[in-house]
Design a protein. Structure first.
Length: 394
């Protein structure tokens, strides 16, 4: 087909909207030409408004052609099908509204918001119906929607199959989007999309739909919105149940930690009471901090080759009764006595990483276990000496 040949035309004048398509069959095209005789390239579809002739030859497929020079006509360089499809939807929607007793204005012009596809008053409520067959993107759609809503009470978008972004954007913002399409049997149909997937759109013939003051109603709209509400309610219940389960587990963990802490406190209290009865008071009193005493990090740096104490080491069960955060410092304190030194001052057993009362309690434990004993050989400073029952290995 030549570049200035067209498949589409209108039969009601240069600005008409009564679109027709040139039939591919020659006999059908001849009947169309005999029925209407005059055809135009309508400006409503972006054409030039010029007269068109329907050529029905014996060789070429029937087509429309401008009667005069059409070099300036935009439709000679692009497919006019979408524009004429848009016009067809406008006419059919106007007829649908007329069947309900409402007179619609096609291509209604606003002062500063452009043109509306159809403008209609429904019980005093101003409506704009917009047929969106192309995907104009979310930003442009939001801008147009806002401009229309500043002019009328209700704006209803009918998204075509290709306008997926615009339909999805409206569905996300307003819970649902209306789709428009054409069925070979039922003609124009309107669908409700609450999911964003064309396969889940629920369709109804246009003749079964109606216009209300609230907008376009379809037989499936209320059901779709109810199912959406039920789905969201179920999701909310599921999330609430998950949150409740997380809270229950957190409460159990908090209770477990509280029980453990209480048990540790009771154990420390029992140990302190027992040690007060059986351990020499002088041993605890001698363990006092002194300037430059070594920290756990110092011991770790000085003796990196020492094996770490573990709960399974025999004879060290007393260390398990202390909080976990004191285990490593207590290990180095004990190793000082049973491995590194055989004699020394009590002050060397202090550790800034251990509270003084904890270090004293550990010295009392080792004294009671026979790992060390007080050296009474007359030194100026209170001294200790390794006991006979100190463990040989770890």
């Amino acid at each position: 087909m030549a570049s200035n040949d067209l498949r589409h035309a209108v039969t009601d004048g240069p600005t008409g909207t009564a679109g027709v398509v040139a039939p591919p069959a020659h006999d059908a095209a001849a009947r169309l030409r005999a029925e209407h005789r005059m055809f135009w390239c309508t400006t409503q579809a972006g054409g030039c408004g010029g007269v068109l002739d329907l050529h029905v030859g014996k060789v070429r497929i029937p087509h429309f052609q401008h009667r005069r020079d059409a070099s300036a006509c935009a439709l000679t360089t692009r497919d006019a099908g979408p524009s004429y499809a848009h016009l067809a939807y406008q006419r059919e929607l106007a007829a649908w509204l007329a069947g309900q007793g409402y007179e619609a204005t096609i291509e209604h012009r606003f002062d500063d918001a452009g043109r509306a596809d159809l403008h209609v008053l429904v019980e005093g409520v101003a409506h704009t119906l917009e047929v969106q067959l192309t995907d104009i993107g979310a930003h442009t759609w939001k801008d147009r929607d806002a401009r229309y809503r500043a002019q009328v009470d209700r704006v209803t978008w009918l998204h075509g199959p290709a306008s997926r972004t615009t339909a999805t954007t409206e569905r996300v913002e307003r819970d649902y989007a209306l789709r428009i399409g054409r069925d070979a049997d039922s003609g124009v149909r309107v669908g409700v999309d609450t999911i964003g997937d064309d396969g889940a759109t629920v369709w109804a013939p246009l003749r079964e739909c109606r216009i209300t003051p609230a907008g376009v109603w379809t037989p499936h709209l209320e059901t779709a919105l109810r199912e959406l509400a039920e789905t969201r309610a179920e999701e909310a219940r599921r999330r609430a149940a998950e949150e409740a389960e997380r809270a229950r587990r957190a409460a159990q963990e908090a209770a477990r930690r509280a029980d453990l802490e209480r048990e540790q406190q009771e154990a420390r209290a029992r140990r302190a009471a027992s040690q007060a009865q059986r351990a020499p008071a002088t041993a605890a009193a001698h363990v006092v901090p002194s300037p430059g005493m070594r920290t756990t990090a110092d011991w770790r740096r000085l003796h990196p080759d020492l094996p770490l104490w573990g709960p399974d080491h025999p004879g060290w069960a007393w260390l398990r009764e202390y909080p976990v955060e004191h285990h490593e410092a207590g290990m180095y304190l004990a190793i000082t006595v049973v491995r590194l030194y055989s004699r020394g001052g009590y002050s060397m057993l202090a550790n800034p990483d251990l509270p003084a009362e904890v270090a004293q309690a550990m010295v009392e434990d080792m004294t009671a276990a026979g790992w060390l004993q007080e050296d009474t050989r007359g030194a100026r400073e209170a001294m200790w000496v390794r006991g006979e029952r100190a463990p040989v290995g770890f």
